[in-house]
Design a protein around this ligand. Structure first.
Ligand SMILES: *[C@@H]1O[C@H](CO)[C@@H](O)[C@H](O)[C@H]1NC(C)=O
Ligand SMILES: *[C@@H]1O[C@H](CO)[C@@H](O)[C@H](O)[C@H]1NC(C)=O
Length: 404
């Protein structure tokens, strides 16, 4: 009897979870070979989508290419991550921050019909040849008015081409996504929001790096969800995107699995906004797992600031701003309340024992229910372990077990 009632409740929950056949939730992460994190170590059962980064754009032919040093890892990426989760989708990500930045190559490619055609056709061919289920554009960034309008043209043509390829081959259509600036407005230029919404399956909003130690000399939350005193926050950026006309169900929020380290001028003044310099080498970025090691090794003080939705920790003069479990919980609540499609992590290699990935995924799934279900996370984990990424499947697994 108890089983019957609970099955009924689960059936109701299940129907409420599938308002349409569209992708219900995205829990994604980027992987890149320079991280030296083995693809075979990715716990792909925690993700619906994995992004393999980055393919390049040839500056002369404008064709998409994969560097020979990455060819083996990229061509086996999909089969490797599918061992633990046969239904995970993989996308080939093109571009990235890079040094030198591929930005001028993207701008030139997007400005001409023939170069766009070379880019589009080669991207589709490469995705298919390497077993990817989609393509992700990482143009950081289109900066001028003509860049933005050329981006719109590129996206329209790309979408038409992936549709045509699916029709002519009878294969499932490739997914098309793009990693974009945290706001729909960049240097006063607006992204072509209507085309973004009609051509892409979703956008990965790069909602981080608002502040870095190399230019800001006070301790800062680099991925703050809220900031009452400025527009540099995730809620402000996502607000720009939705008011520009991109529906929230096409927005995937970025979660950095890394933080930034500052050097405090005065160790006793150690809150957010304390005077500091860039004391560490490089850009000061530090992976989440290294931050956790820093906290353990130095008995650092860990703080959660609920006003900005940011974690930080400090020991001596070292101060690190980052995202920990409290921040990810509140970010997922925000994602639920604003009906976003999900989250992606940059990058999968930064996690420690899958703490953030599990927390984010579980929290997001739990929040997709219209009301609280005690113990739901435990049930969801059963489904996650079985590698069934669709929310409905989790419930069916639980329901089947409960009825037995
Ligand atoms: C601090 O940042 C500046 C650039 O703003 C850089 O030249 C300098 O090397 C950095 N310091 C350290 C210790 O990395
Ligand atoms: C992968 O994630 C699942 C689900 O949370 C967990 O049960 C499993 O232990 C993880 N695997 C590894 C190798 O950490």
């Amino acid at each position: 009897m108890a089983s019957g009632i609970s099955f009924f409740l689960l059936a109701v929950l299940l129907s409420s979870l599938h308002p349409s056949a569209a992708q219900s939730i995205v829990r994604a992460a980027y992987w890149f070979p320079e991280s030296e994190f083995p693809v075979s170590s990715i716990n792909s059962s925690l993700f619906t989508h994995l992004f393999c980064a980055f393919a390049d754009v040839d500056p002369n032919s404008y064709r998409v290419t994969i560097a020979s040093s990455k060819a083996a890892a990229f061509s086996t990426f999909t089969s490797t991550v599918r061992r633990r989760n046969p239904s995970v989708s993989t996308l080939l990500s093109i571009g990235g921050g890079g040094n030198p930045s591929p930005e001028p190559i993207f701008a030139a490619m997007a400005s001409g019909a023939a170069s766009r055609r070379a880019f589009i056709d080669s991207s589709i061919q490469l995705a298919r040849a390497n077993g990817f289920s989609g393509l992700d554009l990482d143009w950081e960034y289109p900066r001028t008015g003509s860049d933005m309008s050329n981006l719109g043209t590129l996206l329209r043509e790309w979408r038409a081409a992936v549709n045509a390829e699916a029709t002519s081959t009878g294969r499932p259509r490739l997914l098309l996504t793009a990693a974009v600036y945290y706001s729909s407005v960049l240097n006063s230029e607006e992204y072509p929001a209507a085309t973004v919404a009609s051509s892409l399956d979703w956008i990965n909003v790069m909602s981080y790096d608002y502040y870095t130690p190399s230019w800001r000399r006070v301790t800062s939350a680099h991925a703050a969800l809220y900031d009452a005193s400025s527009q540099l926050s995730t809620s402000a950026g996502i607000g720009d995107w939705t008011s520009s006309g991109v529906p929230s169900r096409k927005i995937v929020m970025g979660i950095p699995f890394y933080g930034y380290a500052w050097k405090l001028l005065n160790p006793a003044n150690n809150g957010l906004g304390a005077p500091a310099t860039n004391g560490t080498t490089g850009d000061g970025s530090i992976a989440y797992n290294q931050i956790r090691a820093f906290i353990r090794n130095n008995a650092a003080t860990r703080v959660y600031d609920g006003n900005t939705v940011a974690n930080y920790c400090y020991a001596g003069t070292t101060w690190i701003g980052y995202v920990d479990v409290e921040a990810i919980d509140d970010m997922m609540t925000y994602a639920r309340d604003n009906r976003l499609l999900g989250y992606f992590a940059w990058s999968v290699s930064g996690d420690e024992n899958w703490v953030l990935s599990q927390r984010g995924g579980c929290r997001l799934l739990q929040l997709s229910f219209p009301f609280r279900v005690p113990g739901l996370c435990g049930f969801l984990k059963v489904g996650i372990r079985r590698g069934l990424p669709e929310v409905g499947s989790f419930i069916l697994v639980y329901a089947a077990e409960d009825v037995k």
